[in-house]
Design a protein around this ligand. Structure first.
Ligand code: ATP
Ligand code: MG
Length: 223
């Protein structure tokens, strides 16, 4: 279970330049729930995702995941938390363009021995699941947008995380690939993953397997 309690996030470039990105957010997400966060550009969606992934800390309030205070973790423990719990699919995929498909998927597992049989098996299995195994040794820079996205999904999934977070996952995809991504989501939901998606894309609205759609407006949940 994920709990955001009285979250405020203020970005402060200097004394005169403060942005209240989140203003008293309260949100509970149950295990296995799929939530879509909607809202205008700048409303605070990505900020919510980064707090849940422990990529940033709230100015005040608490982020609690499975009864653990994520918002109080040191940087080291934050990375351990991410490795063990979170699969993050970024809008621009955040892949390393000069590495192969396989090496990009290996990244979340770097703390394990890359030559171990178990690691190799995990990678082969996610490449198959997301239909990218034929590009195993291709350099990511040379892949199409849809292929890169499948690598990003495979990488987010390789640790078998309980929580999957996607920030504008279809922003760079055409309609066919967007539908394909939605099929993958349906599959992940059936695996009882907790999924949180930030998006403007109307394709995500009104889907039968989405549990809740929340509207964010100027740092507050309005719906
Ligand atoms: N690192 C930062 N420093 C200063 N301000 C920031 C920072 N990150 C975000 N903001 C501001 O916080 C507010 C919320 O940003 P956020 O990225 O969460 O919005 P969003 O809903 O994800 O928008 P979009 O739909 O465009 O991705 C915006 O006003 C943004 O300019
Ligand atoms: Mg955003």
């Amino acid at each position: 279970m994920i709990e955001l309690k009285n979250i405020r996030k203020i970005y402060e470039a200097n004394k005169f330049d403060r942005v209240t990105a989140l203003d008293n957010i309260n949100l509970t997400v149950q295990e296995g729930e799929l939530i879509v966060l909607k809202g205008a550009s700048g409303s605070g969606k990505s900020t919510i995702l980064s707090l849940i992934a422990a990529l940033s800390k709230p100015t005040s309030g608490e982020v609690i995941v499975d009864a653990k205070q994520i918002s109080k973790l040191s940087d080291n423990f934050s990375s351990v938390y991410r490795r063990d719990n979170i699969g993050f699919i970024f809008q621009k995929y955040n892949l390393i363009p000069t590495l192969s498909v396989k090496d990009n998927i290996l990244l979340p597992l770097v703390s394990l021995n890359p030559h171990a049989k178990e690691v190799e098996e995990k990678i082969q299995s996610v490449m198959k699941r997301f239909h990218i195994e034929h590009k195993e040794n291709a350099i990511v820079r040379n892949l199409s947008g849809g292929e890169q996205q499948r690598v990003a999904i495979a990488r987010a999934y390789v640790n078998n995380p309980k929580i999957i977070i996607a920030d504008e996952p279809t922003a760079n995809l055409d309609e066919k690939l967007s539908h394909h991504f939605i099929d993958i989501l349906r599959e992940l939901k059936a695996l009882n993953k907790t999924i949180i998606i930030a998006t403007h894309d109307p394709l995500f609205f009104g889907l039968d397997f989405v549990d809740r759609e929340l509207e964010i407006h100027k740092g507050k949940i309005v719906l």
